[in-house]
Design a protein around this ligand. Structure first.
Ligand code: FPP
Length: 235
């Protein structure tokens, strides 16, 4: 049988950590720790499969509304993960990028993000894009501001602007659009995740909670993707 091509880029909304913890009578932060493990597992498996880009929703512009304890728990996990990643960088050869407005993060976390981005910029095995303080509409508005500044400076001509050109003003500049978006946890929404980049993506919604997400679940999502007929508006 013909081997179907792997999606080059998979994007995941890591949802259901809170419910996973609640089911076990644990604090929500325990769900996020288990979610961080699920991320590690999934990123390693993507590398094994030859997926080139993995984009994950780690913290949205709306997530600040959660309790201070939960927000600081997630931030601590991210800092810990990035410190480990910086330490293991030579071994893993993962390239890191961050999508979102990093200006609202603590100076320490922002520095870890910028360090990880700079120190991994030559790696090409797999690229992980962390969406941190990310909102899709916010990304587009920030892109429009940057574009408007270029127009003001005489560096851009509005009548010449194309979709391709505008995509370079987004956080995802240079990254191909995801072919497959996965949302575990049973919610059927896209929640401000990559609205520009996913107009032709295949969406797979799954009932598993993110901390339980396994390589077999990723296989199942890819099998659904392979079963779909992608026409991009053609016939
Ligand atoms: C959504 O579950 C998850 C988040 C808002 C945070 C995601 C963060 C992590 C997985 C941990 C940090 C990641 C790494 C890679 C170190 P939810 O809390 O909305 O779950 P619920 O809908 O069941 O309440």
């Amino acid at each position: 049988m013909e081997k179907l091509p792997m999606p080059r880029h998979i994007a995941i909304i890591m949802d259901g950590n809170g419910r996973w913890a609640k089911k076990r009578g644990l604090p929500r932060t325990a769900g996020h720790s288990a979610g961080a493990e699920a991320f590690r597992r999934t990123a390693n498996y993507c590398r094994t499969l030859g997926v080139e880009y993995l984009t994950v929703y780690a913290f949205s512009t709306e997530n600040w509304k959660r309790s201070e304890e939960e927000v600081s728990g997630i931030m601590k996990l991210l800092a810990k993960y990035l410190q480990e990643a910086l330490r293991d960088m030579e071994k893993n050869h993962v390239r890191f990028r961050f999508f979102g407005d990093l200006s609202r993060l603590s100076p320490e976390l922002r520095r870890l993000c910028l360090d990880a981005e700079a120190r991994s910029s030559e790696y090409h095995e797999v690229q992980v894009n962390f969406c941190l303080n990310y909102g899709g509409r916010d990304e587009i508005v920030r892109g429009i501001r940057a574009y408007a500044r270029d127009v003001q400076a005489g560096k851009a001509d509005p009548d010449a602007l194309t979709e391709e050109m505008f995509s370079h003003y987004l956080d995802s500049a240079g990254v191909p659009d995801p072919e497959l978006v996965i949302r575990p946890s049973g919610e059927l929404r896209t929640s401000n995740f990559l609205p520009w980049q996913t107009v032709y993506s295949e969406f797979v919604f799954m009932d598993v909670l993110w901390p339980d997400f396994s390589p077999a679940d990723l296989d199942a999502a890819i099998a659904q993707y392979h079963g779909r007929n992608r026409r991009f508006g053609g016939v």
